[in-house]
Design a protein around this ligand. Structure first.
Ligand code: ATP
Length: 234
């Protein structure tokens, strides 16, 4: 497994949020994590990325134990976190935003490869990132992460607030990353979109993994349809 999480506990100070969370993401696989508000999805990504320190359990990336390592080391180790709210540096150009992602790799990133994935960014390289549309800013946030040539990418709700066409574009790029051999862990509220591309899905409730399976298996379950798909049949 490229990314393997075993028995992870984490929280904030004395507040325990994650309980015994285990999941795997293989190279060339997309796993989506769904769950209602407050289920602990963002906390899981923070614990994987070292923003908060797990209190128990292990996280291995390509066989190396990374649990509890400093966040700034994670990119160099090959784990890339694309946080919620597509954080760009608004006054920096698109080019500088992308180049920042290459720092952990000694300043050299494959800009051409990122532009191939996101052709819309090429004519906008000199533009201040703050002037981009929300969808384009999300592309910069993902593209910046890719500049460090990660082995695994973990994304927190990349589709939030975006138009359906842009969501489809982001999902297409994630499938392209899968075909390039990345392990993709995708937290999404837009379950329809994430089930559309994921190989497997994990459902979290109150900080625990309560269900897992393929999207096709999970949409057969009324509790999944009712909670995350508006009750509609697949
Ligand atoms: P959402 O879909 O609403 O983003 P989520 O599944 O990502 O939800 P988390 O953001 O991980 O859920 O939150 C899980 C729990 O952790 C919530 O009860 C939340 O109040 C709590 N929590 C999140 N961040 C902090 C923090 N910095 N300090 C204390 N508690 C926090």
């Amino acid at each position: 497994m490229m990314l393997a999480v075993r028995g992870l506990d984490a929280g904030y100070g004395k507040l325990a949020i994650l309980h015994d969370v285990s999941l795997d993401v293989a190279a060339g696989e997309i796993v989506t994590v769904v769950g209602s508000n407050g289920a602990g999805k963002t906390t899981l990504l923070r614990a994987l990325n070292g923003i908060i320190r797990p209190t128990a359990g292990t996280v291995t990336l390509d066989g190396i134990d990374i649990a509890g390592r400093a966040t700034e080391k994670m990119a160099a180790l090959g784990l890339m976190h694309v946080p919620e709210n597509r954080l760009c540096f608004p006054s920096l150009s698109v080019r500088d935003n992308l180049n920042l992602g290459a720092w952990s790799r000694g300043g050299k990133g494959d800009l051409a490869a990122v532009l191939e994935l996101f052709p819309r960014l090429e004519p906008r390289l000199g533009q201040a990132a703050g002037t981009l549309s929300g969808g384009e800013q999300q592309m910069v946030a993902i593209g910046r992460g890719l500049m460090a040539s990660p082995k695994a990418i973990i994304l927190d709700e990349p589709s939030i607030g975006l138009a359906p066409k842009v969501v489809a574009e982001i999902m297409r790029v994630l499938t392209e990353l899968r075909s390039r051999g990345l392990a993709v862990l995708l937290v999404e509220q837009n379950v329809r979109a994430s089930f559309g591309i994921a190989d497997r899905a994990v459902v979290m409730q109150r900080g625990r993994v309560v269900l897992e399976g393929t999207p096709a298996e999970l949409v057969e379950l009324p509790e999944v349809r009712n909670a995350y798909l508006g009750g509609a049949a697949a």
